[in-house]
Design a protein around this ligand. Structure first.
Ligand code: ARG
Ligand code: ZN
Length: 416
């Protein structure tokens, strides 16, 4: 049957475009000597290693856990180097393709949007359209610009309509394409806000007094690419003549100590800071929106994964933020609230000392603009699944994170 053959042919072509990860492993290395650090950095130069944590080879230091993804063809070299030099290590993920395949729970994939699944961009986009028309008195939407590939970046505004301008919180998800739990949280947050307004006294008072702007997916082009072509993509998808490497790290592209530390000026690096601050249109669109609304935005919250951290400025310098002790106190309160549900432990502190110094982040930029309560969440887990957190963990992760975000929101509201 010709039609069946043709169909198989088309499917084969479609599949051929998808990067597969058979036999790849994710290692956790524990460098305890300067020599180990040097070796890891050299290894990263000579073979293709994908840094999961920290985000790049430059950020490797002594006494931190280093999670790296190693393609199958390099496994022998890596094992040899680790063994010859006595670098302590464990295998976090035995077979990455199996982990990619295991991420989705094995119920049949629904055709529609689901809060407990990782929705692709098409589903998120239609969800944005339907949820924003579902409850016109509590939610509205506005497009803040298009992505590099032309997709609309829509911000949802949650809050009881009021005659006067209200103070606001801005939250974004999905700056990094492969951190799929992050957009899942923004969707969950919107659903919870709408469904608990009127019954939950804190949510009711929050949305009566304030607006919450939610950008469900910041790096839409990258997110779409992780669904269609390469699950491990991190950056945007912008192109420049003169380089065959695609994209920049949107969280190194903001104008906060831009490209001075913990970022790369190499367009091929996963932490490429871009050609100029806000060279990535997605970063510019968000920065423009926050600048335009800077008098009302009191808090900036950005959701990443993984590591279970609640970070605040600064990351581009070791100097403490002017509001350090208050930011720390709120972060610790939020972490305690989060932990109260399922016992999940978070570490809080300034980015530079809590993970690593890295300039050009949206959190530091918003803070220096005057948005005092600026927080970066690194959601579950601590490395068992990393970016491939199973769908069965979406619900508990979102539930516990809600408590932390609501804690921050309540504090901001009390201190307007
Ligand atoms: N993992 C995140 C990143 O590297 C952490 C961001 C913390 N903030 C920062 N400005 N570096 O992008
Ligand atoms: Zn991230």
């Amino acid at each position: 049957n010709m039609r069946v053959l043709l169909l198989f042919g088309l499917v084969a072509i479609a599949l051929a475009d998808v990067t597969r990860f058979e036999g790849e492993k994710v290692f956790r290395l524990k460098p305890v000597l300067d020599e180990h650090v040097t070796l890891i950095k050299e290894l990263a130069k000579s073979i293709e290693v994908d840094f999961w944590s920290p985000d790049s080879a430059e950020l490797v230091t002594i006494d931190i856990d280093v999670d790296i993804r190693v393609p199958a063809i390099y496994l022998d070299i890596v094992y040899t180097i680790l063994q010859q030099n006595d670098i302590e290590h464990e295998v976090l993920i035995e077979d990455l393709q199996a982990a990619v395949d295991g991420q989705a729970d094995n119920k049949p994939t629904p055709r529609t949007h689901s809060y407990t699944k990782y929705n692709n961009w098409d589903k998120v986009q239609s969800w944005i359209a339907s949820i924003s028309s579902s409850n016109p008195s509590l939610i509205s939407k506005q497009v803040i610009g298009n992505t590099y590939e032309g997709r609309p970046m829509t911000v949802l505004k949650l809050g009881k309509k009021s005659g006067s301008t209200k103070p606001a919180i801005f939250m974004d998800c999905g700056i990094h394409a492969r951190e799929w739990i992050s957009p899942a949280f923004c969707q969950w947050f919107v659903k919870e806000a709408l469904s608990t307004y009127g019954s939950d006294s804190q949510m009711t008072s929050l949305l009566d007094q304030m607006d919450v702007f939610v950008l469900p997916v910041f790096n839409i082009d990258g997110y779409d690419y992780t669904h269609k072509s390469n699950r491990m993509w991190r950056k945007t998808r912008s192109r420049r003549s003169g380089s065959s490497c695609i994209g920049a790290d949107p969280n190194r592209n903001f104008n906060a100590g831009w490209c001075t530390i913990g970022a790369s000026s190499n367009p091929c690096s996963d932490t490429f800071c871009g050609y100029t601050p806000e060279s990535e249109i997605e970063a510019k669109n968000v920065a423009d929106f926050i600048r335009r609304n800077k008098s009302i935005i009191k808090s900036y919250i950005t959701i990443h994964s993984y590591s279970q951290l609640l970070l605040f400025p600064y990351s581009y310098t070791y100097e403490l933020a002017a509001h350090h002790s208050e930011l720390l106190k709120v972060a610790e309160g939020a972490s305690a609230a989060l932990r109260s549900l399922y016992g999940t432990r978070y570490t809080s502190g300034p980015g530079a000392t809590t993970i690593y110094p890295a300039a050009g982040g949206s959190d530091d930029w918003a803070y220096d603009l005057g948005v005092k309560y600026s927080y970066t969440f690194e959601l579950r887990d601590t490395g068992r699944y990393g970016f491939l957190l199973p769908e069965s963990q979406i619900k508990p992760t979102c539930e516990e994170t809600m408590l932390a975000v609501k804690y921050i929101a309540a504090y901001v509201q009390k201190n307007l």
